[in-house]
Design a protein around this ligand. Structure first.
Ligand SMILES: Cc1cc2nc3c(=O)[nH]c(=O)nc-3n(C[C@H](O)[C@H](O)[C@H](O)COP(=O)(O)OP(=O)(O)OC[C@H]3O[C@@H](n4cnc5c(N)ncnc54)[C@H](O)[C@@H]3O)c2cc1C
Length: 495
């Protein structure tokens, strides 16, 4: 019987776990969260992907209140600059270009047109792209699905944690401040029985969720689960973060700007910009990184840059004994596609689905670990694609990534797409076909052939259809307010 869950850690992972568990299982289990004010949180992690809206909806969070409390902005896309090659840029939007038919996706039709010399850019058919470029936003929900504009948020991670804390405590989650110095383990099973704090207090439980960040206090320090390192595919191992003054005209997208041996993020919030350089310490010293980061800010820095070392890879098992690792303790894929907070959400959702009400069994644990593993590998492959498919000739970093052997599943995916535009959707892949198509083509991999169904219309018919579709997609644009006006209205209305 699982009567009590102990969450170790009060960062985004800890409070998201506490908030969701208390909302869904609060009537069945008691929840206590232990966090150390001395250690604090990592304090980055400010860009999300659209499934975050499911978290808000499950928790019954009002969007206007959320935007106001976390100083959030809207995210329609990521703009990748200098990735495929220096001087080039493309968007990975959350939208879908064109309109898919039952058996052949839009990109096949567009690709045929491209070869015939018309059709413009693939992104001209994506409302997310058009709105992002125009700096506009309003929810288009409830209209024709052709105008569906999925979005996520940028938010202040510290404010987000506090926001979730208020929700969790209102639902009965008990917060204990203190630093874990040791654990008590059951002599029989080796399971964790209690956390021992530095002042001697003990916090006992039946199931422990390790949200202690990259330290992995339970999953690694005490259970020695082991870590699988993916640094040979994802060589960036350091980040330098610095906030800067708010930039006028808040962009409704994240910028990811590639440099000689890494990339820089720009995350617009209501009260400041988040900036950071993710880099490979083998290629850049910290001084070089600081010069690049500070030399490429849109607005004056508000603090000294902060260095965060990290390892890409994952715990060999996300669930070991009666400990489930969630958040950075479970592993880290670098922040390029803003997937870590999603992985937290997904881990908790999985834990709730497979919750061991009657006790932990090996089958439950294996299934949890199997699903977690596939999900992480698929995201890993998607991120590798950005680095690998490049034509940059300006540094050894990019040349090494271009010529490296990639995981076999990714190699097959690239080959199939390059040959005829086919993409196979994996069950556990958070990134659906529109995402893969945009990044593959954005990084310069354009299919050599298209699906025969795209040969159905005559050349003139295809041209007319595409022109009509581009017009249809762009139709809402004139009515949309600027992103800033939208935020101001929503946030003011929430007061
Ligand atoms: C450079 C960088 C950029 C990122 N950008 C993004 C992004 O844009 N989008 C995204 O989705 N993700 C991003 N991430 C990941 C994101 O920051 C994390 O997934 C998220 O913040 C969750 O962190 P956490 O809660 O696991 O760990 P932390 O925030 O480190 O929290 C750990 C908690 O455990 C507590 N703790 C640790 N040890 C003990 C102890 N012994 N006793 C008691 N308490 C303890 C700490 O006090 C703290 O409360 C980024 C990560 C990095 C490194």
């Amino acid at each position: 019987m699982i009567g009590k869950v102990v969450v170790l850690g009060g960062g985004t992972a800890g409070w998201m776990t506490a908030a969701l568990l208390s909302k869904v299982l609060g009537a069945q289990v008691a929840i206590e969260l232990v966090e150390s004010d001395d250690i604090g949180i990592i304090g980055v992690g400010e860009a999300t992907i659209p499934p975050i809206q499911v978290v808000n909806s499950v928790l019954g969070i009002d969007e206007a209140e959320f935007l106001r409390e976390t100083k959030a902005t809207i995210k329609l896309a990521i703009r990748f600059e200098n990735w495929g090659d220096v001087g080039q840029s493309y968007y990975h939007t959350f939208g879908t270009a064109g309109r898919n038919t039952a058996f052949a996706s839009f990109h096949h039709f567009w690709n045929r047109a491209r070869k015939l010399g018309f059709g413009g850019s693939y992104w001209d058919y994506d409302l997310n792209f058009l709105s992002a470029e125009a700096g506009k936003f309003a929810s288009t929900r409830g209209n024709d699905p052709v105008w569906d504009m999925p979005y996520a948020y940028h938010f202040d991670s510290a404010l987000y944690g506090q926001f979730l804390r208020r929700h969790s405590e209102a639902r009965g989650v008990v917060r204990t401040e203190g630093k874990v110095a040791d654990v008590v383990r059951s002599g029989e099973t080796g399971d964790v029985a209690a956390l021992v704090l530095t002042d001697g207090r003990q916090v006992s439980g039946d199931l422990f969720v390790d949200c202690s960040g990259s330290r992995g206090v339970l999953i690694q320090q005490h259970l020695a689960t082991g870590f699988e390192d993916w640094g040979h595919w994802l060589p960036c191992d350091r980040a330098m973060a610095v906030p800067s003054e708010r930039f006028e005209h808040t962009l409704p997208f994240t910028r990811a700007i590639a440099h000689g041996a890494g990339w820089q993020w720009r995350i617009p919030l209501q009260h400041r910009n988040g900036n950071g350089l993710v880099y490979a310490s083998r290629h850049y010293s910290d001084d070089e990184a600081a010069a690049i980061l500070l030399g490429n800010l849109d607005s004056p820095a508000l603090a000294d840059p902060r260095i965060i070392a990290f390892r890409t890879g994952c715990a060999r098992r996300q669930w070991n004994h009666n400990v489930v690792a969630v958040g950075l303790s479970s592993g880290f894929l670098e922040p390029l596609e803003s997937t870590s907070i999603y992985l937290i959400q997904s881990a908790i959702t999985r834990l709730i689905h497979l919750f061991p009400h009657a006790g932990i069994t090996p089958d439950l644990v294996d299934e949890y670990n199997r699903q977690s593993r596939i999900e992480m590998e698929l995201i890993r492959d998607f991120i590798i694609l950005h680095y690998h498919a490049n034509a940059r000739t300006d540094s050894a970093f990019w040349a090494e990534l271009r010529t490296m052997a990639v995981p076999e599943r990714l190699a097959r995916k690239i080959a199939l797409f390059r040959a005829n535009g086919t993409l196979v959707q994996d069950q556990y892949d958070i990134f659906m076909e529109p995402s893969w198509v945009q990044v593959l083509m954005g990084q310069g991999i354009v299919p050599e052939d298209h699906h025969p169904l795209a040969d159905g219309p005559s050349e003139a018919e295809l041209a007319a259809q595409l022109a009509q579709l581009a017009q249809l997609k762009a139709r809402p644009l004139d009515q949309l307010p600027s992103h800033d006006a939208y935020l101001q209205r929503l946030v003011a209305g929430a007061r």
